[in-house]
Design a protein around this ligand. Structure first.
Ligand code: FES
Length: 143
């Protein structure tokens, strides 16, 4: 079996799919390796991510990781969400086949992009940390 049960569960029954009309921040990122796209919407109240939704033109692994990532950051503070790495998401899914690990980076990047958008909209002078876990070279995840 290539995919764990957790991956199959989140792929066939993804959580938090959709958009938030009055989102506090929206992040859109592309995966240079495959051309897939991820969009993340966050709703922030008092520094807490009270709601999060995602949409993707991505593969099953991208859907599963985003679904898991949204579950992991919902109800958490912005700082906790910024600390979430793609490896933590992969771990929560009990692993991904190595060729699909680049897909999981989309979720982390999209969350960081959405928070960066939230900062910008609110005039918050803070930098979002770089995505640390590059899987396929520095040219891959910078747009
Ligand atoms: Fe593109 Fe997975 S193959 S995100």
């Amino acid at each position: 079996m290539l995919y764990t049960e957790k991956v199959m569960d989140h792929f066939t029954n993804p959580r938090n799919v959709g958009e938030i009309a009055d989102a506090s921040g929206v992040g859109t990122v592309g995966n240079a390796k495959c051309g897939d796209i991820m969009q993340m919407f966050i709703k922030v109240e008092n520094d807490i991510i009270v709601d999060v939704k995602f949409k993707t033109f991505g593969c099953g692994a991208a859907i599963a990781t985003s679904s898991m990532a949204t579950e992991l950051i919902k109800g958490k503070s912005i700082d906790d969400a910024l600390a979430l790495t793609n490896s933590a998401v992969v771990e929560a899914l009990e692993g991904l086949p190595p060729v699909k690990v680049h897909c999981s980076v989309l979720a982390e990047e999209a969350i960081k992009a959405a928070i960066s958008d939230y900062y910008k909209r609110n005039g918050i002078d803070k930098e979002v940390p770089e995505v640390a876990d590059h899987c396929c070279g520095p040219e891959c995840h910078h747009h």
